[in-house]
Design a protein around this ligand. Structure first.
Ligand code: HEM
Length: 179
């Protein structure tokens, strides 16, 4: 997982819960990196999972809710870092239908070692889209947060239904309808 995902995560934890919480979750985890992340580095996903698990235990907030809030923050990081990828789009459904064949393709050019999910478009109309998310990382709520923000970016809102196709969350169907 790319370092920017860790650095932005720990920045948000510090802003919401304080530096003590950052130190606490790093110390509670068994990290090969020792918790020293740089935005351009690459680290094991298991480190992110441990940090999330400990933050969840210490705050009583579920991992899904933590990932949802984190994704909403990460969206603005993406907007600032990759403005060129956003100007191509004028519509949220179009943007979401292009994650697989455009957006994450460009991301892979920038970071050849990025660990990305797949998003298969199974149905699409002017105001709705159904996507199937697949990833061994089961970060579906991170996807949900990015989807919410994608609609907000175009001054729109949507109803997004999430249906787990596999219990462990590695395959999830998103049924998305623009309001
Ligand atoms: C992961 C970039 C839009 C879904 C990532 C990562 C980057 C990235 C850098 C981390 C990869 C790693 O750590 O190795 C971008 C950029 C976008 C964009 C630049 C827009 C311009 C979206 C959107 C979605 C999405 C709109 C909506 C669903 C995800 C998910 C992950 C991810 C769910 C977590 C990894 C996983 O589940 O396996 N993306 N992304 N991305 N992205 Fe995107």
């Amino acid at each position: 997982m790319k370092g920017i995902v860790f650095t932005e995560f720990l920045d948000l934890v510090e802003a919401k819960f304080g530096l003590e919480m950052v130190d606490k979750i790093i110390n509670q985890s068994n990290l090969e990196s020792n918790g020293a992340y740089t935005a351009v580095g690459t680290y094991e996903f298991s480190e992110m999972l441990q940090l999330l698990q400990h933050l969840s235990e210490n705050t009583g907030i579920s991992i899904d809710d933590l990932l949802l809030v984190y994704a909403e923050h990460f969206f603005s990081v993406l907007k600032k870092s990759y403005p060129g990828l956003f100007v191509t789009y004028t519509d949220p459904i179009e943007m979401l239908s292009s994650i697989e064949n455009h957006i994450h393709v460009e991301v892979r050019k920038i970071y050849p070692d990025a660990e990305l999910p797949t998003f298969e478009v199974v149905e699409k109309s002017k105001n709705s889209i159904t996507l199937i998310y697949k990833s061994s990382r089961a970060m579906h709520h991170f996807g949900l947060g990015l989807m919410n923000k994608t609609f907000e970016h175009f001054n729109a809102t949507a109803t997004i239904l999430l249906e787990k196709l596999k219990k462990d969350g590695t395959e999830v169907k998103f049924i998305i309808t623009k309001n």
